[in-house]
Design a protein around this ligand. Structure first.
Ligand SMILES: *[C@@H]1O[C@H](CO)[C@@H](O)[C@H](O)[C@H]1NC(C)=O
Ligand SMILES: *[C@@H]1O[C@H](CO)[C@@H](O)[C@H](O)[C@H]1NC(C)=O
Ligand SMILES: *[C@@H]1O[C@H](CO)[C@@H](O)[C@H](O)[C@H]1NC(C)=O
Ligand SMILES: *[C@@H]1O[C@H](CO)[C@@H](O)[C@H](O)[C@H]1NC(C)=O
Ligand SMILES: *[C@@H]1O[C@H](CO)[C@@H](O)[C@H](O)[C@H]1NC(C)=O
Ligand SMILES: *[C@@H]1O[C@H](CO)[C@@H](O)[C@H](O)[C@H]1NC(C)=O
Ligand SMILES: *[C@@H]1O[C@H](CO)[C@@H](O)[C@H](O)[C@H]1NC(C)=O
Ligand SMILES: *[C@@H]1O[C@H](CO)[C@@H](O)[C@H](O)[C@H]1NC(C)=O
Ligand SMILES: *[C@@H]1O[C@H](CO)[C@@H](O)[C@H](O)[C@H]1NC(C)=O
Ligand SMILES: *[C@@H]1O[C@H](CO)[C@@H](O)[C@H](O)[C@H]1NC(C)=O
Ligand SMILES: *[C@@H]1O[C@H](CO)[C@@H](O)[C@H](O)[C@H]1NC(C)=O
Length: 847
């Protein structure tokens, strides 16, 4: 077998390749096919043997040859028909495989892709359903290119002390070896090649890197401006030389400047000083410099840059960095150097860094004020006045110990030496100023250097001249930075414009705002205004002032915040304003946060209650809509029943729907006159009339008594009866027509029942057994002697006037006397009369 392989190798064109391959294998340390090592008991071979390297484009052909004798003893019946090829573990498609004869098969691929693959020839053993293979021989196949030009060849000189060249080999599966050297221009130079020095033992250079410096052999020839680099690349398929002319001085990157310091400074400039690092002082083309700087007020990502391209050979540099915008500000400065010949990015040195602070100066601005930027808090005999201004930006403070001062204060034109009770970054408070005086304030900005002479002024009119300020200032928050401000303005016609203020603060009202104040002037008719605030993460307070030609009302601050589109809350301030017998007036107060523009009315729910004890309705809930707006504070429910306890609740109606009901409140309508008693019957017994009735259908209160009116034209008599529904009027004039009517009384008396005319009898009857009310009367008198006595002797109630009273009393007495005298003589006649004449008289008599 070894013999056969040797024979094939030496007699084919592949032989050379195989020899070369052995060389490369040794270099790369790749081991040959294990299963084909001569001397092992194997059943076949591949050819070519071992690793195969091809140039991309060449065809790949591998033979697989079985050993006939071994086959016969070990796998009788197997032949080259059972040979299969695998690439990286996957079987090669049959179209690439050709049967040559009984022992030999060939695999052929016309143009394999650049790759590095493992091919294995195997013998297929059919064992039942399972496929099994026996490995015969393995080949590593590498498809690649002739040496290609490397990528990114570059040379950089660090501080003109060492020269480092690097490159990135182009992708190639075939291993390629590089060797680099440079030549100097000129006739002599052309002859010598400065090869890539062997790295010193303590030096670890990355692959594909060469470094020359003063200590290497060959060394770095620093004074030559131009080098010609020659990079030789060679591999199994060939050798190629690439030439790179390098402008050496343009590729020198200096070390960072040395000894950077501030020599002198003003509030807007700084004199910088530094030195060029050794050995760049003698660098023939010299250096350019770059100064980058930023202040504490700038975007930390942004740097201002100045370039210095003059004095390239100066070793000691001074640079006046001028026009710095901020005084008393911290600055960072970075100074870079580069070869004056360098082009493109990445040629700047590392930077030398320095921090400094510009000198202080006077404040850069004065505070700003608006016509209405003050607030007055009026007390009984004096007022507290807050003076507001717009703080200057911190970057204009320009010095330490910055503050504001009320520089000058005039009361009615006369200089006042009052000091503020409190002063912050945005307001000053003067307590207990006169109500009658006008004031003028002047505010200045001051720091450790001095005062900015420009002043901001504020006029505060006397209280009687001060216009009325807007009221009900409500802010509605939308998402993000948008606020809607709404207010009610005083109905004064001389308002010329209004000012809306917003002030950034940590807390909302009632904390006085001490942050940045800003404002806008709007037309006098404006009542709603949308404001977009600068920063949605901050909290803002809002105020509105009304201005006339005489002066400003001063600021009126928002008292509450309304969340837009939020469901209006339950009303918790609801009460009864007024109760009458048939109506209840309910009063309420909207929560500040519910005082939105979208309120368009209220609904009052009410129902009479089952009993005051249990909070449930008798019948269904009724409702009454009260149209209105956020300023509506009461509503009336009418058509109610007197003397009835009602349960009431109120809900807000908004454009977004109805809010929840308030907790219920209770009210009892007051009593009123009842309706007339019903079914009134009057029965005559001699000179007595028995009157009976039923209670009124609507009592409308507590029934206190009835009044029975028995009129004998033109006289009017009446009797007041407790809550009995029956009475007997005795001792009337005989044979007289009486007009009987009954009314019921609570705190007042109701309408009288319709009249019943009855005539008393003319004669007295004795011993009658007729069903007459005599016994009833007696019973009644026995049962209730006091009542009876009251009726007979003092039937005239206190409610009647004296004249009537006396007249009735006289009549009663007279009747009693007459009756007594006539009683016995008249007994018979009365009895007869009773039997024939007594009959009930009444409209609704239904006995
Ligand atoms: C089969 O073919 C190969 C290659 O052509 C040859 O070397 C070998 O001798 C042949 N074997 C037989 C048994 O013919
Ligand atoms: C078939 O495979 C089984 C298990 O893999 C093995 O025991 C048996 O000897 C094989 N038969 C032949 C003929 O190789
Ligand atoms: C070659 O350099 C360029 C630019 O510096 C870089 O984008 C690219 O990745 C480099 N190529 C290689 C293979 O390193
Ligand atoms: C090249 O010189 C610079 C400057 O002296 C030094 O910082 C750097 O380490 C040197 N590089 C090598 C590879 O020695
Ligand atoms: C700083 O500059 C000022 C004005 O330009 C000058 O009077 C002063 O002498 C300078 N100081 C130094 C140390 O150079
Ligand atoms: C730097 O320049 C500014 C503005 O041109 C000038 O006021 C200042 O005096 C200069 N400083 C020095 C030290 O020359
Ligand atoms: C302010 O004026 C009112 C009348 O205009 C007067 O009664 C009051 O005394 C005055 N108050 C002061 C402090 O002058
Ligand atoms: C600033 O104020 C403090 C305390 O009031 C004082 O000690 C300091 O000297 C002042 N600084 C300047 C620059 O005036
Ligand atoms: C304010 O903005 C809101 C939301 O965009 C809008 O609904 C509302 O009508 C605006 N109000 C005014 C007065 O423009
Ligand atoms: C607002 O009205 C006042 C008083 O007349 C006037 O001085 C001011 O200029 C007005 N402001 C604007 C922005 O019109
Ligand atoms: C009648 O009046 C007397 C004295 O006023 C009183 O003591 C008595 O209890 C009364 N009787 C009735 C039944 O009201």
């Amino acid at each position: 077998m070894g013999k056969m392989c040797h024979l094939i190798n030496s007699s084919s064109t592949w032989g050379l390749n195989v020899l070369c391959l052995v060389f490369f294998l040794t270099i790369r340390g790749v081991r040959g096919s294990q299963s084909c090592t001569p001397g092992l008991d194997i059943i076949g071979r591949t050819w070519p043997q071992g690793d195969i390297q091809l140039e991309y484009g060449e065809p790949l052909k591998i033979y697989c040859i079985l050993d006939e004798t071994l086959m016969e003893s070990r796998y009788p019946g197997k032949s080259s028909l059972d040979l299969v090829f695998f690439r990286n573990g996957r079987q090669i498609e049959p179209e690439h495989v050709t049967l040559i004869n009984e022992t030999t098969t060939a695999m052929y691929i016309e143009k394999p892709e650049p790759s590095s693959d493992v091919y294995i020839c195997k013998l297929r053993l059919n064992n039942g359903s399972e496929q099994q293979y026996e490995d015969i021989c393995m080949n590593k196949v590498i498809i690649g290119f002739k040496p290609k030009e490397p990528l990114n060849f570059s040379c950089v000189s660090q501080n003109w002390e060492n020269l480092t060249c690097t490159w990135v080999p182009a992708p190639n599966h075939i291993a390629t070896k590089f060797s680099l050297g440079y030549k100097l221009p000129g006739r002599i130079g052309r002859r010598t090649t400065f090869k890539c020095p062997e790295p010193k033992s303590d030096q670890k250079l990355p692959p594909n890197t060469c470094m020359w410096d003063a200590s290497t052999d060959p060394s770095y020839r620093v004074f030559h401006e131009n080098f010609k680099f020659m990079l030789t690349a060679e591999n199994f398929l060939g050798t190629k030389v690439f030439i790179y002319p390098i402008h050496h001085f343009a590729h020198v990157i200096p070390a960072k400047p040395v000894g950077l310091s501030v020599v002198n400074k003003t509030s807007s400039s700084v004199l910088l000083h530094w030195k060029v690092p050794y050995p760049m002082a003698t660098f023939p083309p010299g250096l350019h410099h770059k100064v980058s700087y930023q202040s504490e007020w700038d975007d930390p990502k942004k740097w201002e840059t100045k370039y210095i391209t003059t004095g390239v050979r100066e070793n000691v540099k001074y640079f006046n960095l001028s026009d710095l915008p901020y005084a008393n500000a911290a600055y960072k400065v970075r100074v870079f150097g580069k070869s004056s010949l360098a082009v493109g990015k990445g040629k700047w040195s590392e930077s030398s860094n320095l921090n400094f602070r510009t000198a202080a100066t006077l404040p850069g601005q004065s505070p700003k004020t608006a016509m209405g930027s003050f607030e007055t808090v009026v007390k009984r005999s004096s007022r507290d006045v807050y003076i507001y201004w717009q703080a200057i930006p911190a970057y204009f403070e320009n010095g330490d110990n910055f503050t504001y001062e009320v520089f000058d204060m005039k009361e009615d034109g006369k200089l006042s030496y009052l000091k503020p009770d409190e002063i912050t970054k945005s307001y000053a408070l003067f307590k207990e100023l006169s109500l009658n005086s006008t004031f003028k304030f002047e505010i200045v900005a001051i720091n450790c250097v001095g005062v900015n002479e420009r002043k901001a002024t504020i006029h505060v009119p006397s209280e009687n001249r001060r216009p009325k300020e807007p009221t009900s200032i409500t802010k509605t928050t939308f998402d993000g930075r948008l606020f809607e401000l709404s207010w009610d303005a005083p109905s004064s016609t001389d308002i010329v414009n209004q000012t809306i203020f917003w002030c950034e603060n940590m807390w909302d009202r009632p904390y006085q705002c001490s942050g940045y104040l800003d404002w806008i002037t709007v037309t006098p008719n404006m009542r709603v205004y949308n404001i977009t605030v600068p920063d949605e993460t901050k909290l803002y307070q809002f105020a509105v002032a009304a201005n006339t030609d005489q002066g400003s009302s001063g600021m009126a601050w928002t008292t509450c915040t309304v969340i837009h589109n939020s469901v209006v809350g339950k009303m918790d301030s609801v009460w009864v304003n007024n109760v009458e017998s048939r109506l209840i007036e309910v009063g309420w107060k909207l929560k500040c946060s519910d005082r939105t523009n979208s309120v368009n009315g209220f609904v009052v729910y009410y129902c009479p209650m089952e009993s005051p004890k249990y909070h449930n309705c008798r019948g269904s809930k009724l409702s009454k809509i009260v149209p209105g707006d956020r300023n509506t504070i009461h509503g009336i429910v009418d058509g109610l029943k007197p003397y009835t306890t009602y349960m009431l609740s109120v809900a807000v109606l908004t454009n977004n729907g109805e809010g929840p009901d308030s907790d219920p409140i209770f009210a009892t309508t007051i009593e009123t006159a009842p309706s007339s008693p019903e079914n009134v019957i009057a029965t005559v017994t001699g000179t007595a009339i028995t009157v009976e009735w039923k209670p009124p259908s609507d009592v409308n209160g507590v029934l206190r008594y009835y009044t029975v009116h028995y009129d004998q034209e033109p006289k009017d008599h009446n009797q007041q009866i407790e809550t009995e529904e029956r009475t007997v009027i005795r001792d009337l004039e005989p044979d007289t027509v009486y007009n009987v009517r009954v009314s019921a009384c609570t705190v007042m008396c109701g309408k009288r029942s319709s009249q019943i005319l009855v005539r008393t009898e003319t004669a007295i009857k004795h011993g009658s057994n007729a069903p007459r009310p005599k016994s009833d009367v007696a019973d009644e008198d026995e049962e209730n002697p006091n009542q009876s006595r009251h009726l007979s002797t003092s039937a005239i109630p206190a409610v009647l006037d004296d004249r009537k009273c006396l007249s009735i009393q006289r009549q009663v007495t007279k009747s009693q006397q007459q009756a007594k005298l006539a009683q016995e003589e008249a007994a018979r006649a009365i009895d007869i009369f009773f039997e024939s004449c007594v009959r009930p008289v009444g409209l609704d008599f239904d006995r």
